[in-house]
Design a protein around this ligand. Structure first.
Ligand SMILES: NC(=O)c1ccc[n+]([C@@H]2O[C@H](COP(=O)([O-])OP(=O)(O)OC[C@H]3O[C@@H](n4cnc5c(N)ncnc54)[C@H](O)[C@@H]3O)[C@@H](O)[C@H]2O)c1
Length: 339
């Protein structure tokens, strides 16, 4: 595999590939050559500063796109055109039309397309998925995603792309996309949204607070609250599910604990023990699991857990939310097409 973009997140991928049985890091690329050389030196890979040149490297079967978010679509398409499988860091892409085009380009070239949403692999999230699938909630009445984080001004000053509409995309694409992916995966699809966004603290092009009301296709309601303005530091990242027969809340600062777990089908003791066992799994499940799943999907010719098709679902939802912020009206979430 190759990494394109050797900044902050690339190190997690390189470390996750180290010692993996079914994949290895063969090359890395960054327009800042010193970054490519430093990462390549640490992990024993070839270094490139020209992406097109790296794509000619016969040792590479797949590319992990770790560049600023606004470049994901074009870099993904170039990788697919070169016949490489494509794994894209979150957020998938920043425009629905680009996502549809990239998914189609991968389909036509017969390469796999995956997106990095490591939270789907967390044992607490898998347990919630299992509870939903088994119908333990009865009729779901409402489901919420809450992101109450802090990003300091230095964060936005650290790279010119941060906080820009074209390359960062805004709080829903950059920070809340993992939670939105989970909410949609577990309780979706969403049929209609109404949202406000505001820039209350940071001097950036994008909003730093966003409040959205959701109507799910099954009639349940929901709320997404996302903020990077919370004083003095990250407070909460949580998912709350409420049904006629159950309540579950996954929370903590980075959604790593079961805060509430109660179902009519379980005694209080059973529910307490389940929650305790899950809480002992800690914050496991992450980049290594997603990379392993993607490499396995390539080798076994199957779809990865978070495929392009899956990523398009949350992209449609986020696009609709931003359409609502701009138009100040409720917006229906399209299930197909790339307008
Ligand atoms: N899944 C996660 O938990 C997670 C966490 C952090 C970041 N991310 C995502 O990863 C991506 C990168 O974030 P980051 O924090 O590492 O950013 P970063 O700014 O630290 O790194 C991006 C790197 O890409 C390089 N780059 C820019 N244009 C390039 C090009 N054309 N070819 C090759 N390299 C190029 C830059 O020089 C830089 O080194 C973003 O999309 C971000 O949203 C995901």
């Amino acid at each position: 595999m190759a990494i394109a973009g050797c900044g902050h997140i690339s190190k997690k991928h390189a470390a996750a590939l180290k010692g993996m049985d079914i994949a290895r890091l063969a090359a890395v690329c960054d327009i800042r050559r010193e970054r490519a050389e430093s990462l390549a030196g640490q992990f024993g890979a070839a270094a490139y500063s020209d992406y097109a040149e790296m794509l000619q490297d016969k040792n590479i079967d797949a590319v992990i796109v770790c560049s600023p978010s606004g470049l994901h679509a074009s870099m993904g398409e170039k990788a697919a055109a070169a016949g490489k499988h494509v794994l894209i860091e979150k957020p998938f892409v920043l425009r629905l039309a680009d996502g549809v085009r990239l998914a189609e380009a991968c389909r036509q070239k017969g390469v796999r397309l995956g997106v990095v949403h490591p939270n789907r692999m967390k044992p607490i999230v898998q347990a919630l998925r299992n509870a939903v699938d088994k119908g333990l909630f009865g009729k779901i009445t409402h489901a919420n995603a809450t992101l109450r984080w802090n990003r300091r001004p230095e964060y936005y000053r650290s790279e010119p792309w941060r906080g820009t509409r074209a390359f960062d995309g805004g709080i829903l694409y950059n920070q809340a996309v993992h939670l939105i992916d989970l909410l949609n995966w577990l309780a979706g699809p969403v049929s209609e949204v109404f949202a406000y966004g505001a820039s209350r603290m940071h001097q950036i092009e994008c909003e730093d607070v966003c409040s959205c009301v959701l109507k799910f296709s099954n009639g349940a309601l929901g709320i997404i609250e996302a903020a990077v303005t919370v004083y003095p530091e990250n407070l909460e990242e949580s998912l709350s599910f409420f049904g006629t027969e159950g309540t579950a809340v996954l929370g903590g600062r980075t959604m790593s604990q079961v805060m509430e777990w109660s179902f009519s089908s379980l005694s209080s003791e059973e529910a307490f023990n389940q929650a305790n066992r899950l809480n002992q799994t800690g914050n496991t499940g992450g980049h290594k699991d997603i990379l392993h799943d993607f490499a396995d999907a390539v080798l076994c010719k199957r779809e990865p857990l978070v495929s392009g098709r899956e990523a398009l679902k949350s992209l449609r939802l986020i696009s609709a939310i931003y359409d609502s912020v701009t138009s100040r009206r409720p917006v229906k979430v399209t299930m197909q097409g790339g307008a």
